[in-house]
Design a protein around this ligand. Structure first.
Ligand code: TPP
Length: 680
């Protein structure tokens, strides 16, 4: 466990000037940069960086285990600025500690196009930023996943190479958001004692004092969730250091509620919402400089102060080197496995062999089964081949079929296990999964009902934005779930998920496609995936033993037309069987139809135009069949295409009755085609 190592009394070889830099000057460097950058950009949030500067200074100069020379060092402590609007705090820290490539020029370009200093922190833009934050509550919930991944990997690889903390700076807004409740409950339950949340308890949000809308006692709230929690003066460096030192020793995750003044140092705007999200103005900044005793011009950090900060940035170098030696001394197989997993490479051979063997079995003995059960069979095979897969469910384990045989439940007594009971916390689950993926070494997958994608969507959106490999198994994917009725029957969800950039939405039609879609989801290293799966049984439609992954282009012709196609029927998931039946009925009327299975519309639409057009073909009549709303399908069938699906909410009844009632049948497809034929 890293101990408190104050930089100011550490090394005999240090420059005398550095040794004498007092805390206030180090913190004021952050304040000055935040004020000046926001002023220059004419937009941004100076209040939080100025208020939280003391907390951040103590953390970064005395506790945080990091090395500015290598911001990706796997055993570094993670720091998550949950209140992403305070991004200048993080940018100032990166610059001051000397984390390349953050420079003063980038600070001057705060919030400008192409800069390393966008409005909110983006992990894919700025080295040293652990996760994208901005939507309040996401950061703290993501950090739970990071802390969980740390414990999981420590159990697997040993505490001598995985041994770090996750620190969060959270604001009032973070703690007011509902997702924070899911996150703190999960962290408390799992006793994630490497998680330390520093709460910037300034009592101010955008509308004014928090008393307008909130009267929660956060310390009691966290305590009731199983955390250690205490209140301190967030401007007293000794109090901050004492609390962090105590938190590091705690058996539980820790909340440190740091009482602060927003925009500390600003003469008239400190303590007021006026400093939250707008430039302070020249006069106020001049007053703050005076009050803080900061006389350096804008964007200039006096050499002694910068040197002290740079020293803080490099103080973890020795720890990193020692860690690298410990890793190098490990058994070669274990080291190789650790490096592979942290690097995110799949065990390619084992995966390919597992997929091929399962295809052989399915070709020899086809299976009619629900695709959710197909997914379970696939997971039995894949989780054996890919040990970094960590599963879970939001209390629907038996329905989502995400727990393969023999996968033990992860708990505070068994962090090495691979199945997480997230509880009924879809949003917290998805955010924690993001944190695990960001931490590295883990491929998180999990489950809930497709209709509850709405409950996790904000976290999924961040996964898509960040390009993180998380896999959501979303079962009960249509009216085909039957009796639970319209509250549980997704209709708009496929369209809504397909609308999200950089997310692959898979809806396999049978067990073979389920296997292929899982393989694609695992291989999609730079994006999240959704697998939309049925509750009801579907026949195995892919009977040949195809060596290639036919789902890889998003769509493929599953049944060609006998002769030149007059009709092309496109379908996904459970409706592919309906399309194939319609093809037969049309053939009986001498109408040649081809059927195209569309397991992933996103991949199809991403194809180069010529390839996409060739797959879609030029049959004069195009029909799409999907037990969901039409939106999105026009890209394939055109505005004049025929659509057989849903146009409103479902109903409570057995699945077969619902398909008939809503007219999603082979006969309906045939009638739609004949209707067009009749008109022409
Ligand atoms: C989910 C979400 N809702 C709303 C916002 C817009 N927003 C940004 S900061 C903020 C509240 C600011 O209050 P606080 O969290 O206390 O931050 P401080 O004023 O201390 O900087 C709001 C509502 C957001 N970023 N995320």
């Amino acid at each position: 466990m890293p101990s408190a190592r104050p930089i100011l009394d550490q090394s005999a070889s240090r420059e005398p000037a550095v040794q004498t830099v007092p805390h206030a000057k180090l913190a004021n460097a952050i304040r000055a940069l935040a004020m000046d950058a926001v002023e220059q950009a004419k937009s941004g949030h100076p209040g939080l960086p100025m208020g939280a500067a003391d907390i951040a200074t103590v953390l970064f100069t005395q506790f945080l285990k990091f090395d500015a020379a290598d911001p990706k060092w796997p055993d570094r402590d993670r720091f998550v600025l949950s209140a992403g609007h305070g991004s200048m705090l993080l940018y100032a820290l990166l610059y001051l500690t000397g984390t390349a490539p953050m420079t003063i020029e980038e600070i001057k370009r705060f919030r400008q196009l192409g800069s390393l200093t966008p409005g909110h922190p983006e992990n894919f833009i700025t080295p040293g930023v652990e996760t994208t934050t901005g939507p309040l509550g996401q950061g703290i919930a993501t950090a739970v996943g990071m802390a969980l991944a740390e414990r999981h990997l420590a159990a697997g690889f040993g505490g001598d190479i995985v041994d770090h903390h996750t620190y969060v700076l959270a604001s009032d807004g973070d703690l007011m958001e509902g997702i924070s409740q899911e996150a703190i409950a999960l962290a408390g339950h799992l006793k994630l004692n490497r998680l330390i949340v520093l709460f910037d308890d300034n009592g101010i949000s955008i509308d004014g004092p928090l008393s307008l809308a909130d009267s929660v006692d956060q310390v009691k709230r966290f305590e009731s969730a199983g955390w250690a929690a205490e209140r301190i003066d967030g401007h007293d460096p000794k109090a901050i250091a004492g609390a962090i030192a105590r938190a590091q020793k705690s058996e539980r995750p820790s909340l440190i509620a740091c009482k602060t003044t927003i925009a500390y140092g600003a003469p008239t705007k400190a303590g007021s919402e006026k400093s939250h999200g707008s430039p302070l103005g020249a006069e106020e900044i001049a007053g703050a400089r005076k009050a803080l005793g900061w006389d350096a011009p804008p964007f200039e950090i006096p050499a002694d102060i910068l040197a002290a900060w740079r020293q803080a940035g490099s103080r973890g170098g020795a720890a990193r080197e020692a860690w690298a030696k410990r890793l190098a001394a490990k058994d070669a197989a274990l080291r190789g496995e650790f490096e592979r997993r942290i690097g995110g490479a799949l065990p390619a051979k084992a995966l390919a062999a597992a997929v091929a063997a399962m295809k052989d079995r399915l070709a020899a003995a086809p299976k009619e089964t629900a695709t959710r059960a197909a997914s379970e069979a696939v997971l039995d095979v894949l989780t054996a081949a890919v040990p970094e897969m960590v599963g879970g469910s939001a209390d629907l384990t038996g329905s989502n079929n995400t727990r393969p045989k023999g996968m033990a439940a992860l708990s505070a007594n068994n962090y090495g296990a691979r199945f997480i009971h997230y509880g009924i916390r879809e949003h917290g689950m998805a955010a924690a999964m993001n944190g695990m993926a960001l931490h590295g070494g883990v491929i998180p997958y999990s489950g809930t009902f497709l209709v509850f994608a709405d409950y996790l969507r904000p976290a999924l959106r961040l996964a898509a934005l960040m390009g993180e490999r998380v896999i959501h198994v979303l079962t009960h994917d249509s009216i085909g779930l039957g009796e639970d009725g319209p509250t549980h029957q997704p209709v708009e969800h496929l369209a809504a998920l397909r609308a999200m950039p950089n997310l692959n939405v898979f809806r396999p039609c049978d067990i073979v496609e389920t296997l292929e879609c899982w393989e694609l989801a695992l291989k999609a290293k730079d994006r999240p995936s959704v697998l939309a799966l049925t509750r009801q049984n579907v026949p195995q439609l892919r009977l040949a033993n195809d060596a290639d992954n036919r789902c890889a282009r998003g769509a493929y012709e599953i049944a060609p037309a006998a002769g030149a196609a007059k009709v092309a029927i496109f379908a996904s998931g459970s409706e592919v069987a309906i399309a194939l039946e319609a093809q037969k009925q049309l053939a009986a009327r001498n109408i040649a139809a081809r059927v195209v299975s569309v397991p992933c519309m996103d991949l199809l639409l991403d194809l180069p135009a010529a390839e996409r057009k060739a797959l879609i073909g030029d049959a004069p009549v195009k029909v799409a069949v999907e037990a969901a709303v039409r939106q999105g399908w026009d890209a394939i069938i055109g505005a004049d295409g025929l659509f057989v699906g849903m146009s409103g909410f479902g109903a409570s009844a057995p699945a077969k009755d619902l398909y008939r009632h809503f007219g999603i049948t082979a006969e309906a497809v045939v009638n739609a085609v004949l209707g067009v034929a009749g008109k022409s």
